[in-house]
Design a protein around this ligand. Structure first.
Ligand SMILES: C[S@@+](CC[C@H](N)C(=O)[O-])C[C@H]1O[C@@H](n2cnc3c(N)ncnc32)[C@H](O)[C@@H]1O
Length: 452
């Protein structure tokens, strides 16, 4: 039955093209969006036609605007959106959150569950300011988004058709080229058939095909349009797709190029993180979003009692002008945190007094009562570092002792249940319903508390 539906959709593309609005099959299963005119080399396509699966906000934002795709921590898209609108001074309607498909209960979205934002900015907003946005894991020149990719084998043909026919190629290519020219690379103009490229797909969900199959079809689409040669290692342009069940977004990678072809999300390369063997890592962009949730103000003391290599205190000092204090049970982690802080200092990102790191046990903190304005922490969870359950009540009691009355706590943890089972509700008030988040493919949650 499913195969028949997919067959119907794919074999009726030409009919759909003539429709003014997308049509759905009887069961409103996968419907192919109206196809933009096939893009011919050197020929400008109409800017007015937009992909049907874009939100109306993005559609309104088409004319004379550059469109980007930003990947952010899944579940914290709203926090990232607010921060992006403020940084770029653009209104809410120009940043659209790509909705995540509903997954079967208990199923983790995996890496493809990363948050996706489509950002439309006037051409006057510099590329550099967009690429450097805080709270963003990686940035792309936006190509397409669809919520109706068939999960059956015909989904491959569907993706190839979408990518070959999107009318966003000229704008996305121009953005991509401007970025790499600004980085000192020699990049041919649009239409040259000498650009070495590769296609990559980060895929999760249940599909009748693999990530490599999708990547190959994406590659065929790009070659069909541009005739670029594929070079998996020495590529100049990377076309990246993220597929979660029937949802698919795609863009041209603007930030650091990766050498690995694995289906992982790109790592964040940040100059001030020098520690070679990071045992546990929190993305700096996630740390930034957690600190934004805590509404950190300049001069405030931000404490991370389980700081690992120091990401949260260092980001608090760099981006919020706070004083970051952190510590960890593992002496190796504390050494690495100090090395990272020294590097941030050398790069002129922080002052010498803005961060401090100590070796301690979070259940007996060597700190005075009410010394911190806020606690922001990424608690151990997952297989590799489980904080023993009986330690949680002691850890929360210590956090309650060292934070000021009215102070905030933003905690990233594996499950809410651990918090409810361990926390003294006379001491803490839950401020916001929790945020379910996706951390590198793992299900976790963020909880915002206030000291009573
Ligand atoms: C999820 S990691 C934090 C990662 C950190 N945000 C970073 O950027 O690297 C949790 C950390 O808690 C530390 N930890 C576990 N039990 C602890 C305890 N009782 N006291 C202090 N730190 C502890 C672990 O050593 C680990 O580094």
């Amino acid at each position: 039955m499913i195969n028949f539906r997919c067959w119907f959709i794919l074999n009726n593309c030409h009919r759909l093209e003539r429709q003014k609005r997308p049509i759905t099959t009887k069961s409103s299963f996968h419907s192919l969006p109206p196809q933009p005119r096939h893009y011919a080399l050197h020929k400008r396509t109409s800017r007015s036609r937009v992909h049907a699966s874009l939100t109306s906000e993005t559609a309104r934002a088409e004319e004379d605007r550059n469109v980007y795709l930003a990947l952010v921590t899944g579940g914290l898209e709203g926090v990232a959106k607010a921060s992006i609108c403020e940084s770029l001074d653009i209104s809410n309607e120009h940043v659209s959150i790509v909705s995540q498909p509903t997954l079967a209960k208990g199923l983790s979205a995996g890496q493809a569950g990363v948050g996706k934002l489509i950002i439309s900015v006037p051409e006057s907003v510099s590329l550099e300011s967009v690429v450097k946005l805080k709270g963003v894991q990686s940035m792309y020149a936006y190509l397409l988004h669809s919520n109706s990719v068939p999960t059956c084998p015909e989904g491959l043909e569907y993706v190839q058709t979408l990518l070959a026919r999107t009318n966003r190629w000229p704008q996305a290519f121009t953005l991509w080229r401007s970025y790499f020219l600004s980085q000192g690379f020699d990049v041919p103009a649009l239409g040259a058939d000498t650009i070495r490229f590769r296609a990559r797909c980060i895929r999760d969900g249940t599909h009748a095909f693999t990530s490599q199959d999708v990547a190959r079809r994406m590659g065929s689409a790009v070659q069909g349009v541009w005739n670029w040669p594929v070079d998996l290692k020495r590529y100049q342009c990377e076309v990246v797709g993220v597929m979660l069940e029937s949802s698919f977004v795609c863009g041209l990678h603007l930030t650091t190029l990766q050498t690995s072809l694995k289906g992982n999300l790109p790592a964040e390369k940040v100059a001030h993180y020098v520690a070679a063997e990071r045992r546990v890592s929190l993305r700096p962009s996630t740390a930034f979003l957690l600190l934004s949730l805590a509404r950190i103000q300049p001069g405030e003391i931000v404490l991370d009692p389980m700081a690992g290599v120091g990401t949260i205190p260092i980001e608090a000092a760099i981006h919020f002008g706070a004083r970051g204090i952190g510590g960890d049970l593992a002496s190796g982690a504390v050494v690495q945190a100090k090395e990272n802080a020294v590097e941030a200092l050398k790069l002129g990102l922080i002052r010498s007094s803005s961060v401090e790191f100590y070796e301690w046990n979070t259940c007996a903190l060597p700190l005075e009562d009410s010394m911190a304005d806020a606690i922001v922490s990424d608690l151990p969870f997952g297989m590799s570092c489980e904080l023993s359950k009986r330690m949680y009540p002691k850890a929360f009691a210590e956090m309650g002792r060292v934070v000021k009355p009215g102070g905030r706590a933003v905690l990233l943890m594996g499950s809410r249940r651990l918090l409810y089972d361990s926390i003294d509700m006379h001491c803490w008030k839950i401020m916001e319903s929790y945020y379910p988040v996706n951390i590198g493919g793992l299900n976790a949650c963020v909880i915002v508390l206030c000291k009573q």
